[in-house]
Design a protein around this ligand. Structure first.
Ligand code: HAM
Length: 424
């Protein structure tokens, strides 16, 4: 049997209502802050990711699905959305004015799969271009808080940090290289390899044996330039003014090279090692790096798979879980009535576009059709048998309450159902 690729999951019908609830809630929230949807290709030139995420990051070094196209181009499945958004904004000249954009869709990273970490996973991302101040950083954070609230999620914790500008980071980097080089023999292989290429990432290492050494490393606070410091202070003031609790984590560097100044993550303790449900930050240099006018930019991406795991635990979801159940189940007395059955079903759908009506297909006994109707979760069964057809009638039977059954004229059925489902 051919199975799905490792780390790439089917999302089955019992889970899709939850996904749909997350998607529609995110759309409502993003629109309410004036963000507009952009749809981006899933394949891009490999160089786009190399030059934005960074050649020495884990993502580019070992996690991208890269292949050579028939014409020799190197293409990659997108591991994230920011690079593509920047490319699109530049290509279509959208960066001359303030832009608030969002996207949703699959991303691909060849990581070791485990709970909350997959090779195909889904993100909802927002990217805001052309706004340099901490006000927009705060807006993005407030927006995510609104989404958590709408979804009934509690217990997420916000961490923020400032990475300063490229110049201050260079000085910091230089000192980190010296510090870690002096103790190279204490580092693991991964971190030793990073001393020159990406020493900031050593600070991110989860290896317990390195924690003491990492604790002793220079912290970025001492290097931060005045402008970044002011930006960060103002951001904190705005957050406090809006009752957003946060922790400043000086070790929060994030795994992508394009960040400067603000970075943030929303974390949960409920998903084991994969605690980040949303990550983002400022990338003021990236548009210029790709040849555009200097354009400040900031954004975030939410890991939808992780959020879904959390949502499964929240009580609100009983409703979402039942979201696919039909309202009506139509039972048909035999092959001769298929034509009439479909016509009746269509007339109901015409009158009630929101109704979910499942027609039983196949000539099964009434008994087994009723069993199916019951199992489907439908509230009402409709029955079309010989007697009904001969008199232009249809039988309506409640399945969840014991109110017997009534027979109504087929021509009155839609009106009758409209009363029964007044709330639809
Ligand atoms: P990121 O931190 O790499 O940032 O990913 C954002 C979120 O995607 C993570 O917090 C996590 O919830 C989810 N995620 C990442 N990898 C996986 C995986 N293998 N399986 C499941 N979920 C995963 C970015 O991607 C940036 N583009 C965010 C951004 C937008 N920064 C500025 N604008």
């Amino acid at each position: 049997m051919i199975k799905a690729v490792r780390g790439m999951n089917d999302i089955l019908p019992d889970k899709t209502p939850l996904w749909q609830r997350l998607e529609s809630s995110a759309r409502v929230v993003l629109l309410s802050y004036g963000y507009e949807e952009i749809r981006l290709p899933i394949l891009e030139q490999t160089a786009l990711f190399e030059r934005s995420i960074g050649e020495t990051t884990d993502i580019v070094e070992k996690e991208m699905y890269t292949f050579t196209d028939r014409n020799g181009d190197s293409l990659s499945l997108r591991p994230e959305g920011t690079a593509g958004a920047v490319r699109a904004v530049l290509q279509h000249n959208l960066h001359n004015q303030a832009q608030r954009l969002w996207y949703m869709g699959p991303m691909f990273r060849r990581e070791r799969p485990q709970k909350g970490r997959y090779r195909q996973f889904y993100q909802i991302g927002a990217e805001a271009f052309g706004m340099p101040g901490p006000d927009i950083d705060a807006e993005l954070i407030v927006l995510t808080r609104r989404l958590w609230r709408l979804l009934g999620l509690r217990g997420l914790r916000l961490e923020i940090n400032s990475l300063g500008t490229a110049t201050t980071r260079a000085q910091f980097r230089h000192d980190l290289v010296s510090y870690f080089s002096a103790s190279a023999e204490k580092l693991d292989e991964d971190s030793r390899r990073r001393i020159q290429s990406n020493p900031l990432r050593i600070l991110d290492s989860k290896n317990p044996e390195l924690q003491e050494l990492i604790q002793g490393a220079p912290t970025f606070e001492r290097y931060v330039d005045q402008e970044s410091e002011q930006h960060f202070r103002q951001l904190r003031e705005i957050l406090e003014h809006n009752d957003i609790e946060y922790d400043v984590n000086p070790r929060l560097v994030r795994g992508l090279d394009y960040y400067g100044k603000t970075v943030f993550e929303w974390l949960t303790t409920e998903l084991g090692a994969q605690g980040a449900v949303c990550g983002g930050g400022r990338y003021d240099g990236l548009v210029e790096h790709f040849g555009g006018e200097p354009t400040p930019a900031v954004g975030f991406a939410i890991g939808m798979d992780r959020l879904i795991e959390l949502l499964r635990e929240t009580p609100l979801n009983d409703m979402a879980r039942g979201g696919n159940e039909p309202h009506l189940y139509l039972i048909v007395g035999g092959a001769k009535y298929y034509g009439s059955a479909l016509r009746v079903a269509e007339s109901v759908r015409e009158a009630m576009p929101q109704i979910r009506l499942v027609t039983h297909c196949g000539s099964d006994s009434f008994k087994s059709q009723f069993k199916r109707a019951d199992k489907s979760g439908a509230r009402i069964a409709l029955l079309l048998g010989e007697d009904e057809i001969s008199q232009g009638l249809i039988t309506v039977k409640h399945l969840r309450i014991s109110s017997g059954q009534v027979t109504v004229a087929q021509s009155d059925l839609a009106a009758y159902l409209q009363k029964e489902f007044a709330s639809l």
